[in-house]
Design a protein around this ligand. Structure first.
Ligand code: FAD
Ligand code: SF4
Length: 510
């Protein structure tokens, strides 16, 4: 009675109970497949990171004595289709049972569901033992509620997992330190040099090129910088706690063309591929704070824990509560195409140029670059959410649909009409000027609203509110904006709208 156990590319959790003992009748199955490289044009660093991490993981299992079938992308027997590969491998070892961990993507969930009809033996899914909530826990938590307030979910999680808690009260008496965080990077301030890794990945790149996999972005194939093993993940985590934690909250929202990751952890790929468990990250930060409260203040620590324990689990819960409908929501009925410069960064707007070029160079941008630069522009310009999703899904090393789509379509594009956010995240140049140094070296003038050289964000911002009044006018969090708009002199309003239309009609030239 042989069992074949599937391990997907984002299920690299060595601590899973599957691996507690070596069993003769169990064989593990992993495969690099075109069905995964081709569902969006991915960044080359993302594809390389996943394949490398999978190969390292398979090698660890084998070294521990487990049996592993590993299909490389160019293996002759690789059908490039998950179920066909699985069925063929099951037959080759005479397996009467296939087990898999619940996948985190809806499309894979559907695909693996079909195994029941395709395989004559027993098919059994098990938990991935990764998340801190079950698939439908958030849906149950908010049952009967119209709004899904992250803050109440987060407080429940703090209590449930006893993180920064004393009984059912926050350890410092305060739940939320958002107000203390979010400063601009002072002139001359130098964040720590990011901890990078080095690997020669030319053989993987050669395989991708020969196979004709289409990718975006660049990489240095002699010095691949992302960590792909648990040991490297722990090194990056230690670096984060030692060097970045002290200012994480302070500069969480800051942006500058000089530094690409500032005080951010860059742990998202490791956590999303399950190489590192979210609770390992949370406890490392919490324990360090408990041991040495002078190292990093509670506002830095709570600000970080909120992201992992709160936002990450919340997004995953929203995904399973709202899929598959979520993937086609388009509240504003936006229908414009992404301008072509989203794919090469060749725009005159300094903020977008930097955020996009950085993303192409590192397969990474931090949260505020994603939300308030690229996302903000896409929303103001009325880009179709499908186009926006495809871009985010492809370009970032940490992009897996459950966390990409909820952040992009939900938080950033408000295409869900307010499930994730209570109002759209849009801003004029004021925000960019306040939180970044981008505007200092831009051909556009951040103070100018219309006319020659006016910053596009200014007119697009008012144009957005004006054209969506029927959908946003009654939102109590936006009332102020409409009162300001209504008080504006008619000629100023007309100039703003005409400027915005001009920019939208010439979007490729911006
Ligand atoms: P840090 O700033 O160091 O934060 C620590 C950790 O908190 C992250 O590693 C991540 O695990 C978690 N986290 C923080 N914010 C969020 C959030 N909003 N949702 C879920 N987890 C969060 N994150 C992804 O992991 N994959 C995506 O595809 C993705 N797409 C995004 C698209 C848009 C439009 C936006 C606005 C955000 C997106 N995010 C996504 C969330 C966030 O931007 C990234 O998690 C973060 O930038 C990763 O970098 P980091 O590890 O340095 O994060
Ligand atoms: Fe971006 Fe406008 Fe500032 Fe230029 S002036 S960097 S386009 S916000």
């Amino acid at each position: 009675m042989k069992t074949l156990r599937l391990i997907l590319g984002d299920q690299l959790n060595l601590q899973h109970s599957w691996y507690n003992s070596v069993e003769d009748h169990v064989c593990y199955f992993m495969a690099e497949m075109r069905q995964e490289t081709d569902y969006a044009p991915h960044h080359i660093q993302k594809v390389v990171a996943f394949f490398l991490a999978m190969r390292e993981f398979a090698a660890k299992l084998e070294a521990a004595g487990h049996q592993v079938i590993y299909l490389k992308l160019d293996d002759a027997s690789n059908t490039q289709d998950l179920n066909q590969n699985l069925l063929a491998s099951a037959e080759s070892i005479g397996a009467s049972r296939i087990e898999y961990q619940w996948p985190d993507e809806y499309r894979l969930d559907q695909q693996l569901d079909e195994l029941d009809n395709q395989f004559e033996g027993v098919v059994e899914p098990v938990d991935s033992e990764h998340f801190l909530t079950s698939r439908f826990e958030l849906r149950e938590f908010f049952k009967g509620k119209k709004t899904y307030l992250m803050e109440s979910f987060y407080r429940m999680m703090r209590k449930k997992h006893q993180v920064l808690m004393e009984g059912d009260q926050p350890v410092t008496g305060q739940w939320n330190y958002d107000a203390n965080n979010r400063k601009k990077l002072p002139k001359g301030h130098r964040p720590p040099e990011p901890k990078l890794f080095e690997r020669d990945v030319s053989s993987v790149v050669e395989m991708l090129t020969k196979s004709g996999v289409k990718t975006i972005g660049t990489l240095d194939e002699k010095r691949f910088l992302w960590p792909v093993t648990e040991e490297e993940g722990n090194e990056l985590l230690t670096f984060f706690v030692d060097e970045c934690m002290p200012h994480f909250g302070d500069f969480q929202d800051a942006m500058t063309p000089e530094y690409w990751s500032l005080y951010h952890s860059r742990l998202s790929f490791l956590i999303n591929s399950k190489i590192i468990h979210p609770m390992t990250v949370i406890r490392a930060v919490e324990e360090r704070w408990k041991a040495d409260r002078d190292h990093a203040s509670i506002s830095q620590v709570e600000g970080f824990i909120r992201q992992v324990l709160g936002w990450r689990e919340y997004m995953r819960g929203i995904y399973w509560a709202k899929m598959p409908d979520y993937a086609s929501l388009n509240f504003f009925e936006h229908d414009r195409q992404l301008p072509s410069w989203f794919w090469d960064g060749n725009t005159k707007m300094a903020c977008l140029r930097h955020a996009i070029k950085q993303s192409l160079e590192y397969s990474y941008a931090h949260h505020i670059q994603r939300l308030m630069v690229t996302g903000n522009f896409a929303l103001l310009a009325g880009i179709h959410p499908d186009e926006v999703d495809q871009w985010y899904l492809g370009i970032y090393i940490d992009a897996i649909e459950w966390v990409e789509i909820t952040n992009t379509r939900g938080m950033s594009q408000f295409a869900d009409g307010g499930i994730v956010g209570t109002k759209p995240y849009v801003s004029s140049a004021n925000y960019m000027k306040k939180m970044s140094s981008y505007c200092d070296n831009c051909v556009y003038d951040h103070k100018k609203k219309s006319g020659e050289g006016a910053c596009p964000f200014n007119s697009l911002y008012w144009n957005f509110y004006d054209r969506h009044r029927d959908k946003l006018g009654r939102n109590p969090r936006i009332g102020m904006m409409y009162r300001t708009w209504d008080k504006m002199a008619p000629e100023n309003k007309a100039a703003l709208l005409s400027q915005a239309n001009d920019y939208l009609n010439n979007i490729e030239a911006l």
